[in-house]
Design a protein. Structure first.
Lengths: 385, 290, 293
């Protein structure tokens, strides 16, 4: 009865001491160039946060092995934000005021970014999102950047190309309505469908964590659309495709997917049912460009699995940051360095990464050419004219 | 030292704000628990309050104080409307009905135009300051102290002990139950409004099933003998995950272990006689060791 | 389309029922809502997955292994979190909070082992054949799932009604003190109830993982939420009620998608629950609650 209580007390004491010691650091370059990485590493969102963290870690190791940035090593300070807004705010404040980082990567979800990014912006610290695609993220302030290409740049092209090649007339739409990522994908799809004058025969929704989509798909099947446009995260997407084929929706009715479809998990879960899925993204696993091939090999060697789009974007993001860091002199205080970094980062142009040529727009959003892809033999390949 | 304090405050001020918010939520569920009612609708009431006050400050330009009060009134009106039919349910059935109600609220928030659906509302101006929280918490605590020694407080205690007997004694049980339910919704709504005005952003998924269970955990872990219990429970459960950061990936597991140990060794909550006995034992053992 | 939707609802509802009967049995016997039942469900699914992929076993051995694994977790849960709190003077919700702690620990450990991503059973685990019957598409998998669920549920009812242990469980559920006076080892019955209920939760996990091709660490969340709805709908502690409740929820979800709007699916099913409770305060099949003096 007595021992565990004592243990609890000692854990409390240790953590208070650890926290106090942690607060005393002053020289912000003593441990290398500190960059905070705030991602969801535990909880249900971790399936996106962990690959992102892996991408950063891999890039940091490569950069440091090659001598760092003008002789200074990159020191990633990684912390978990669980995909919750209060946690994200807490981690950001800890990074800015306690760890004295130069810039922050993250958070994983757009929802958390809306809550946490204003904190960084107010403290004049660069926050760089690699997975936030919702509208209005960079409008939070001049210190907010992202290299995750917003779907409004990709999806209209995908819809246009699919319509022309498959001679589409009427489509059915499906999306996850309780998630900001899939909902904003749907909104963009809806606009694109309107612009292409396609008829929408049904719009069906589901919730995050759903596993059974047969009710929605049965309804869609009876309306005989030419294609199904679907904005979903990969687990749900794979299941939707699989269940559609099981219910007898023929393979010539293609699925057209949003950003969430771009993952090796899709073919892993859906198998043969994934054939013919159409999708658009700047990066894809099968891209033969040299940097990408090297990245995939290094990632596989280190983590034993294939990277997804989130890992690739994180990997590129640290290299983009490095481009800006190279130009910094580090003569003034931490506050000066943070502002200098912001200005340098805004100037990054024509960076050549695993996702191809990259620049920041004047609103600090990503400018990157998207490619329309199709699944053939369980792999994404370019959907050519 | 002052540098240290400033940097400490800058780092952890949101955490302190959250302790206050969670404390209010803990108290809001304590009100109904003190009447023997297990209501899990407080997360939904918090959501209604958060959306109401955020929309009033952003779209209608109301002053913060007024939108905060409105954020308390609307949930309590909803509570009044659903409370009259549901509060005759007992135990887990009431818990489930209120949980079902919460689910309906969440789905409605998801599908309304003005609430922004799953995208939520972002760019809510930051209006909540520490003194607001201290003041409101002070008022609530004052109210609870007065309540404890009043006719109302004694009636609630009687209903909690034995509902049938107290109704035979002439206590208007339904009246008191609806009253506590409504007052609890008011507190939760205000807490929601305060929360929305320092986190810049709200979305429906913050007010679903898990937060509802979390709020109950605050109260039960803290103890429901006095209203200090839920306050202590909320503070501990809010600070704990932050303190456990150094545990890295094992953070959640450690949280779970601590929760389990506290419940096992102090099953009546942290603010209970069990704690004093354990502390006594702990210190007497220290002495005998020395 | 209507008949196809009914078939969809049946496959969904069967798994809800299977999950809920263990859940409701625990409540009936021990008067505890164990919020770790979702975690137990996940443990069962992963045990079946591991058996299938690492050892290449078939569906029946996989089910048995997963029921054993989740039954063991149930035993541990009882030992660690529930039994120590079984004294009456404690707050009656304390065991529930303890099970929340356990659920967090179990899911964290599993996340440590398997990560957060989704897994699936091998593609040819159950022969992939489609049956068409008057325009209704049914896969062999769906038939297997419906069939297995009902066999398991019938076994449970048979066990409770016909065997000595089953009768002891029912006696304790009725009144534990009388049970003890009659010489029933009440503690053992509690332990046994946790084991058997958890193993049913685990079986539901395997079947869900099979049917919907997703096994991941957090799969217990949504079903726990629905499981609570099902057992309330059916009347707390009532096995047949839980079976019917699972099917009703399955039908309510599918039909609200088919004929109302998928936007409001959860609002319809939980709103329905809310209304049912207003009309019948102890669930559809629940007996009128009598106050214990």
């Amino acid at each position: 009865m007595k021992l565990p209580i004592r243990k609890i007390f000692s854990i409390f004491a240790v953590s208070i001491i650890a926290c106090i010691i942690g607060c005393g650091k002053t020289d912000y370059l003593a441990e290398g160039i500190k960059i905070g990485v705030a991602e969801a590493l535990t909880g249900p969102i971790a399936k996106y946060g962990v690959p992102i963290k892996n991408g950063f870690t891999l890039a940091a190791e490569e950069i440091n092995a090659a001598g760092g940035i003008n002789g200074k090593k990159i020191n990633l300070v990684v912390d978990d934000e669980q995909g919750k807004k209060e946690e994200a705010i807490n981690v950001f404040k800890k990074f800015i005021h306690k760890d004295k980082v130069l810039a922050i990567f993250g958070p994983t979800l757009s929802n958390s970014a809306f809550a946490a990014d204003p904190t960084a912006n107010a403290a004049k610290t660069v926050v760089f999102g690699t997975s936030n695609t919702a509208d209005g993220i960079t409008a939070i302030g001049p210190y907010v950047f992202r290299n995750s290409i917003t779907e409004s740049d990709i999806l209209p092209e995908v819809v246009k190309m699919a319509k022309n090649k498959l001679n589409l007339k009427k489509v059915a739409m499906m999306y996850g309505n309780d998630d900001a990522f899939t909902k904003s994908g749907y909104d963009i799809f809806k606009k694109a469908v309107g612009a292409e004058k396609l008829q929408v025969v049904a719009t069906e929704t589901f919730a995050k964590g759903d596993i059974d989509f047969s009710a929605q798909l049965t309804k869609i099947k009876n309306l005989n659309p030419d294609a199904i446009i679907c904005s979903a995260l990969v687990e749900e997407a794979a299941n939707i495709v699989l269940q559609a084929r099981k219910l007898g929706i023929p393979a010539n009715i293609h699925f057209i997917g949003g950003n969430g479809f771009n993952s090796p998990k899709l073919a892993e879960i859906a198998g043969n049912a994934s054939e013919g899925i159409i999708n658009g993204s700047p990066w894809f696993l099968g891209d033969p460009n040299k940097k990408n091939v090297a990245f995939i090999a290094a990632y596989k060697k280190k983590y034993g699995s294939e990277p997804d789009q989130f890992a690739a974007q994180a990997y590129d993001a640290l290299y983009i940051m490095t481009e800006a860091l190279k130009t910094l002199k580090f003569t003034g205080s931490l506050e000066d360095a943070r502002t200098e970094l912001r200005d340098a980062l805004a100037k990054v142009k024509n960076f050549d990464g695993v996702g191809g040529n990259f620049s920041f727009s004047e609103n600090r959003d990503a400018v990157q050419k998207a490619r329309v892809l199709i699944v053939k033999n369980k792999k994404f390949t370019i959907y050519s004219e | 030292m002052s540098d240290f304090l400033i940097s400490f405050w800058q780092t952890y001020n949101t955490l302190f704000y959250t302790i206050f918010i969670h404390g209010m939520l803990g108290l809001s569920i304590y009100l109904t628990l003190a009447c023997g009612l297990l209501s899990l609708g407080n997360a939904a009431f918090m959501g209604i309050g958060a959306y109401t006050s955020a929309l009033l400050t952003m779209k209608a330009g109301f002053p913060f104080g007024i939108s905060l009060i409105a954020g308390g009134i609307l949930p309590s009106m909803v509570a009044l409307a659903i409370g009259i039919p549901t509060l005759r349910l007992s135990g887990v059935y009431l818990a489930m009905a209120t949980l079902g109600f919460g689910e309906v609220v969440r789905v409605v928030l998801l599908n309304m135009e003005i609430t922004g659906g799953s995208m939520g509302i972002n760019g809510i101006p930051q209006k909540t300051e520490l003194w607001h929280l201290v003041l409101i918490m002070g008022i609530i605590i004052f109210f609870f102290i007065r309540l404890r020694d009043s006719k109302y407080g004694r009636a609630m205690e009687a209903i909690n002990e034995d509902e049938v007997a107290s109704s035979v004694m002439g206590i208007r049980t339904t009246y008191f139950k609806v009253w506590t339910f409504t007052a609890g919704a008011f507190i939760a709504g205000v807490a929601g409004g305060l929360n929305a005005h320092f986190t810049y952003f709200i979305s429906p998924r913050e007010y679903g099933f898990e937060p509802a269970v979390d709020i109950l955990t605050f109260a039960i872990l803290g103890g429901t003998k006095t209203f200090w219990g839920p306050i202590a429970g909320s503070a501990i459960l809010t600070v704990l995950p932050e303190m456990m950061r150094f545990m890295g990936p094992y953070r959640l597991a450690v949280n779970g272990i601590i929760l389990l140990l506290v419940v096992l060794y102090l099953p009546n909550g942290i603010v209970s006689r069990g704690t004093f006995i354990s502390l006594k034992k702990l210190f007497s053992e220290r002495k005998s060791n020395a | 389309m209507f008949y196809q939707q009914l078939a969809n609802a049946l496959a969904l509802g069967a798994v809800y029922s299977l999950f809920a009967i263990g859940f409701t049995l625990i409540f009936g016997v021990m008067e505890i809502i164990t919020l770790a039942h979702g975690a137990v469900f996940m443990v069962g699914a992963f045990a079946g997955y591991t058996a299938a992929t690492k050892f290449g076993l078939g569906i029946i051995p996989c089910l048995i292994i997963s029921m054993a694994a989740s039954g063991f977790i149930g035993f541990v849960l009882d030992l660690v979190a529930i039994r120590p709190l079984r004294k009456k003077k404690f707050h009656h919700l304390a065991p529930m909070i303890a099970t929340i702690g356990c659920a967090t620990i179990i899911t964290s450990i599993y996340q440590g082992i398997f990560g957060a991503e989704a897994y699936r059973f091998p593609f040819d685990f159950v022969p992939n054949e489609n049956y068409e019957f008057r325009g209704i598409q049914l896969t062999q998998l769906q038939l297997t799932i419906i069939f297995t669920s009902f066999i398991l549920m019938i076994m449970m009812i048979f066990f409770l009604n016909k065997t000595k242990w089953g009768k002891a469980v029912r006696a304790v559920a009725e009144n534990s003190r009388t049970g003890a006076l009659l010489g029933i080892p009440v503690e053992r019955v509690y332990q046994f109830t946790m084991i058997i209920s958890s193993s049913f939760g685990g079986a539901a996990g395997v079947l869900t993982g099979l049917n919907f091709n997703t096994i991941h660490t957090f799969m217990g969340g949504p079903i726990l939420h629905r499981g609570i709805a099902v057992i309330i709908l059916g009347g707390m502690g009532d096995i047949r009620g839980a079976m019917a409740g699972g099917l009703i929820l399955g039908f309510a979800e599918v039909l609200s998608v088919a004929y109302i709007s998928s936007d409001f699916r959860d609002a319809v099913s939980f709103g329905l629950l809310f209304l049912i409770l207003l009309i019948r305060p102890s669930g559809i099949f629940g007996k009128k609650i009598e106050r214990k003096g």
